[in-house]
Design a protein around this ligand. Structure first.
Ligand code: CA2
Length: 147
């Protein structure tokens, strides 16, 4: 079996389905994890799915992905807009990286229009709710097939 695809989630995404359903929908993060695991299985992959509210922990997991993952789906949440340290960690990876957002940040406040993560990602999937994650898994799978 090849290495898993890491699906990493940044701060406050543990509140999914609990707060702000008008923006982020009613699915919980556990629902998103279950649909990612089922979709990855159909693609012939396993996933490691994690969420943290701590920047350093997210960076440690990105570093872990360097040796232990075949691809990365990352919803950096607020850290995407702020963290050069996260970008530096992502730049050390040689596996496909797909940035993923539930909402469409480009259609929201101006400060959400830029993410540092995009500088290291092969592409971005945003605005499709939980389906952004399964589409991002499709993208990683496609990139792996081409490599
Ligand atoms: O749309 C996304 O997935 C975001 O990454 C979510 C981030 C936001 O800062 C990005 O601009 C776009 C916020 C995550 C907070 O998640 C919550 C979920 C439910 C209730 C409150 C916050």
């Amino acid at each position: 079996m090849s290495k898993p695809i890491f699906v990493l989630n940044g701060p406050n995404l543990n509140l999914l389905g609990v707060r702000e359903p008008h923006i982020y929908g009613r699915s919980t993060l556990a629902d998103v994890e279950n649909s990612c695991a089922a979709h990855a299985k159909r693609l012939g992959h396993e996933i490691v799915f994690r969420q943290t509210n701590h920047e350093g922990e997210l960076i440690t997991w990105v570093q872990e992905a360097r040796t232990d993952a075949c691809g990365l789906v990352l919803n950096p949440a607020g850290y995407g807009h702020t963290s050069i340290a996260l970008l530096d960690a992502l730049k050390s990876l040689e596996i496909p990286i797909v940035e993923c957002h539930l909402s469409n940040p480009a259609a929201r406040e101006a400060f959400r229009r830029h993410t540092y993560v995009s500088l290291a990602a092969s592409g971005v999937v945003a605005g499709f709710g939980p389906a952004s994650y399964t589409l991002a898994l499709d993208a990683v799978n496609g990139l792996l097939a081409r490599s």
